[in-house]
Design a protein around this ligand. Structure first.
Ligand code: FDP
Length: 343
């Protein structure tokens, strides 16, 4: 089948494979691979380290969520209308602090903030982040995650941040990743040269390379979708679900995007959040949820679309724009797309 939905165009993932022994720390890995970055001046490396550091702090809080009074809603809602959980707020503070201190980032977009923040510095990068995704799972001890995207700013350094810096298509990402706070904590990221996963060793306080050069199986047998909304799915979407059942695929839906994505990345599968009656444009946010996972999926050999178009080709019109999201194994995403296009 044509790989029309995977335009990753990586300098051959084969050739960019790096011989790295298991036991390599994240810091060393970043340092050893710094020359792969298009503009290798060390600032992007520092941002990745800052993200890793903040994730360790958030990991600590997530792990003791049941022990102290940080669980439950804080009483306010973010712009998207979600109840803000205390851990969401805390994660937002931790990541914002870590990412703004060093001066590498000149602007920050967060799910938890109504508008973007112009950091008024000479940083070359713009960060989009969902500090704690899957917040409805916090109170029930189910895996949650952090999602991040890093872009280079377009407007000249030293001038105010412009819309063009913030509303960039996902294809402009220079790095993206996620942290999964699960049975173990993992950081998975790409800089456009394949995908690597690191597992946190809490007693040493270090991430170690555990999943070098991650590849998503081209075919999978898992479909992840909230079938409770199936009555309001489009006819092609209903047809795709029926197709999955006819193929005797396995249904697995945690309802926590990073966890569902990660499982499908490892085992092969598709995650779908389509348009529904409640969310006619889809529920997930393009800039700080879908773009990062789409970049990772493509770099691992998978694909991501909105049912019709490649996610990474979409130019956002607004900060909190939503989109339908089909992400996972290449053949599965293409099959779902074929049904959509046939309608
Ligand atoms: P949540 O509302 O818990 O924050 O990003 C939003 C998200 O979770 C995803 O993590 C998850 O996959 C999806 O929404 C779940 O939505 P439904 O409950 O509508 O299935």
């Amino acid at each position: 089948m044509q790989r029309s939905f995977n335009n990753a165009n990586t300098p051959s993932i084969e050739s960019s494979r790096i011989a790295v022994p298991i036991g390599t720390t994240l810091d060393r890995f970043i340092k050893n691979n710094q020359d792969q970055f298009a503009y290798a001046s060390g600032e992007l490396s520092q941002l990745l380290r800052d993200i890793a550091l903040a994730s360790k702090v958030v990991n600590r809080e997530v792990n003791k969520a049941g022990l102290i009074d940080i669980m439950g809603a804080v009483g306010s809602q973010n712009l998207a209308g979600d109840d803000q959980q205390k851990l969401d707020v805390l994660a937002n503070i931790r990541f914002t602090r870590a990412l703004t201190k060093g001066g590498e980032a000149s602007a920050l977009v967060s799910e938890e903030l109504d508008t973007f923040v112009d950091l008024n510095n000479d940083g070359k990068y713009v960060i989009a982040i969902d500090p704690l995704d899957g917040s409805s799972n916090i109170d029930v001890n189910v895996s949650i995650g952090t999602i991040f995207s890093i872009y280079r700013r377009k407007s000249p350094v030293g001038t105010p941040i412009q819309e063009e810096d913030i509303l960039q298509p996902g294809s402009e990402q220079v790095a993206a990743g996620y942290v999964l706070y699960g049975s173990s904590t993992m950081l998975v990221y790409t800089t456009g040269h394949g995908v690597n996963g690191f597992t946190y060793e809490p007693t040493l306080g270090e991430y170690f390379l555990s999943h070098p050069d991650m590849r998503m199986p081209v075919d999978g047998k898992i479909y992840s979708v909230n079938e409770g909304s199936a009555n309001s799915f489009s006819a092609p979407m209903k047809a795709y679900i029926q197709y999955c059942k006819d193929q005797r695929y396995t249904a697995r839906y945690i309802g926590s995007l990073v966890a569902d994505f990660h499982r499908n990345l490892l085992k092969g599968g598709i995650y779908i959040y389509p348009a529904t009656a409640k969310d006619p444009k889809g529920k997930l946010r393009l800039i700080y949820e879908c773009n990062a996972l789409a970049f990772i999926a493509e770099q691992a050999g998978g694909a991501a679309t909105n049912g019709h178009e490649r996610i990474l080709d979409l130019t956002p019109a607004t900060l909190h724009q939503r989109t339908a999201f089909y992400v996972g194994s290449l053949n599965m995403v293409e099959k779902a797309g074929e049904l959509e296009s046939a309608s």
